[in-house]
Design a protein around this ligand. Sequence first.
Ligand code: NAD
Ligand code: TYD
Length: 339
Amino acid sequence: MQLLVTGGAGFIGSNFIRHVLQTHPDWQVINLDKLTYAGNLENLQDVADHPRYRFVKGDIADRVLVERLLTEGVDVIVNFAAESHVDRSIADAAPFVETNVNGTRLLLDAARHHRIAKFIQVSTDEVYGSLGPADPPFTESSPLAPNSPYAASKAAADLLCRAYRVTYGLPVVITRCSNNFGPYQFPEKLIPLTVTNALEHKPIPVYGDGMNIRDWIYVEDHCRALELVIAKGRAGEIYNIGGGREIANLELVRAILDLLGKPESLIEFVPDRPGHDRRYAMDVSKIRRDLGWEKSLSFEEALGQTVDWYVRHHCWWQRVKSGEYKEYYERWYDRLKPV
Ligand code: NAD
Ligand code: TYD
């Protein structure tokens, strides 16, 4: 099976590519990534020369390039490519609409013309909006009520996916996952920011009162869910994915400081994010029942392993924080064969 993975040089995409190359000896992967600030080829340095893996630098909105890649016999598209950081979407929504909405639309059109067997849209719990403290978790039929420009752009893409399924019969499956954590996450997101700032003895910004709740999932468990969706997910379906572990930001930051033996005095309360969603939680009974998915590690085990990974991979995150990671690509690009 030939997979076109878009956005594979980012956090989840790179974990997914490494995972499927290890677990599926008959799967081949083309990684199409624009290498925005969030794309980092050092995330995949260990598989760069893998015989079943190929990197192509490019934009999902480049119709000619995508069409060319699809003529190479792609069976499944897994669309991770996106602008993914809520705070950046508040500063400027334009790239979010460009990539998350228009890029997805172009990819859907190309998939339609090439009769792709399955199109997986990697979406987010944020499309459902915010829960109150006593609300039940989101199910696949919860209404879409996005609150940030990021969430709105992902919801728009989900609706396009739905429309292409209904109108053209495109075999689209949408997955909606909660907050991921694990190796290779860009240190603008809460967990890697907290770990790396703590290691550098820098302040850790906690928005508002720190009582916003997220449902955290270990990235490897998300990758395993996507693997099941590729193999068994039904076209036209939506699958919620989540870790089933709700925790307030402040409690999470304290837990990380405790693991690192760092003082709570590093916590710095800062003004709240505008439109900050209070609580996310996912009902994952559908993917458990229909596809047999279960998470592999407890939250505590996965958080411990993740913190340990950042401690051991000082060089990786320091190069991201300093901007040096972009030089690796420049060197690598010199030996890039034309696609
Ligand atoms: P990320 O920001 O780490 O990576 C995104 C990748 O997409 C980068 O490598 C970037 O270079 C690439 N990209 C951006 N625009 C592109 C374009 N126009 N063409 C090709 N490539 C482009 O994001 P992530 O955290 O790995 O998230 C991946 C996907 O999963 C996103 O679609 C996101 O919405 C979704 N998601 C993320 C989470 C999470 O907690 N991180 C949770 C649920 C869903
Ligand atoms: P983030 O990792 O940006 O994910 P998302 O906004 O997609 O859920 O943020 C997770 C939570 O942590 C969210 O409630 C915002 C909060 N947060 C902070 O308190 N401080 C920070 O520096 C960041 C980046 C996030």
